[in-house]
Design a protein around this ligand. Structure first.
Ligand code: G6P
Length: 367
């Protein structure tokens, strides 16, 4: 089949803009928006009967899995072991044939992830594949295929596949919580309703394009960028850094905001912007003190927050990107967008080959 860019400059830009629609398709596959509950799904295991969940993946898919861990543990009280696939299968972690393992992959072909899948299968675990390509090897070799309905993704740097992976993981965590009795039917309905709002909020965030493009022009002058976040914004900080380095070749690191004082603070000066991903959540104040530490050392802060956060952040920023106030469960899906847009426009200003960055491949089929 043929996929074209439409009226966009790059596939990545097109794929960023497709997200509201693809997130909506993906969510609708797993939840019944009218009834406010999970749709029936033929799982080869019972969430109520497993003690642990293992997750493995590479690159951006791994970071989706890391956010999934927060959700499974928060909503379903289900402990999650997660690692990048190339470590997972060699570190001899104890696996139980009573447990399940999820593998996340856009292509369904990544060699390391596939090897991890086979390793868990050998251990007798039940295997779920969260893949975007339904005919892929991982889909064939799993007990259950949990599709992301992102449509073909051409840009090497993953965007819509990532937010669709998050959408699947969020619905699975809610489903697991309902099965394990850690959330009530009432809570399940609330969470499903909140999930259903993701496409609308994503659309609103895409409208911040002009502001983000201007900021990207500024960012493209720097050689190093630090991303900080707490809770699910920590994996998102790593995803922001990954996106930026992959396509703009600017050195970037993502850190847990609380770890700032244990290392990266040594690097802070006016030449290293710090991008802080901090909606006004229960640990917002902690992140504000991290920002104050940055400001006190002459660091430049780019704050990505919501309306309440912008009103309460008592710190001077180089730029503040204000997103709508969104429910906690969809926050990682919505906050992924400004991060992708910032990396995208920065790369455009740098003049790199955005869809085909040097040395990278869309699907890595060697270990
Ligand atoms: C490559 C791509 C990344 C992707 C990773 C995993 O490194 O450049 O964008 O996240 O592979 O790919 P997968 O197809 O398994 O999601």
């Amino acid at each position: 089949f043929m996929v074209d860019k439409g009226n966009r400059r790059h596939f990545m830009e097109k794929e960023i803009h497709e997200q509201p629609e693809m997130i909506s398709h993906t969510l609708a596959h797993y939840v019944d928006f009218v009834g406010g509950v999970s749709k029936p799904l033929d799982l080869p295991f019972d969430f109520a009967k497993i003690d642990r969940l293992a997750i493995s993946a590479c690159g951006t898919a791994y970071l989706a899995g890391l956010i999934g861990k927060y959700w499974f543990e928060r909503y379903a009280r289900l402990p999650v072991d997660i690692d990048v696939a190339s470590e997972f299968r060699y570190r001899e972690m104890p696996l139980s044939n009573k447990d399940a393992a999820f593998f996340i992959s856009q292509s369904g072909e990544t060699a390391d992830t596939l090897a991890s899948l086979r390793y868990c299968r050998k251990a007798g675990m039940k295997i779920g594949a969260i893949v975007n390509v339904r005919e892929s090897t991982m889909a064939r070799e799993s007990d259950v295929v949990l599709p992301t309905l992102a449509g073909p993704e051409i840009g090497v740097a993953s965007t819509k596949a990532f937010t669709c992976q998050l959408s699947v993981l969020a619905t699975l965590a809610v489903r697991a919580g309902a099965a394990r009795g850690t959330i009530s039917l009432e809570q399940e309905k609330t969470l499903v309703r909140e999930l259903s709002e993701a496409p609308r909020f994503a659309n609103q965030v895409l409208k911040l394009e002009d502001q983000i493009e201007k900021l990207a022009r500024e960012l493209s002058r720097y050689k190093h960028v630090l991303y900080l976040g707490r809770d699910t914004n920590f994996p998102l900080a790593m995803e922001g850094a990954l996106k930026l380095k992959e396509i703009s070749y600017i050195h970037a690191e993502g850190y847990a905001a609380g770890e700032l004082k244990h290392g990266p603070i040594a690097l802070i000066d006016e030449n290293m912007p710090v991008i802080v991903i901090a909606p006004h959540d229960r640990i917002f104040e902690k992140t504000v003190s991290n920002m104050q530490e940055v400001a006190a050392r002459g660091g430049k802060i780019i704050l990505i927050t919501d309306q309440r956060g912008a009103a309460h952040a008592t710190v001077e920023t180089m730029e503040t990107i204000v997103l709508p106030d969104v429910p906690e469960i969809i926050s990682p899906i919505i906050y992924a967008l400004p991060i992708q847009m910032l990396a995208y426009f920065t790369a455009v200003f740098m003049g790199t080959d955005v869809d085909q960055p040097r040395n990278l491949a869309k699907s890595v089929t060697v270990e």
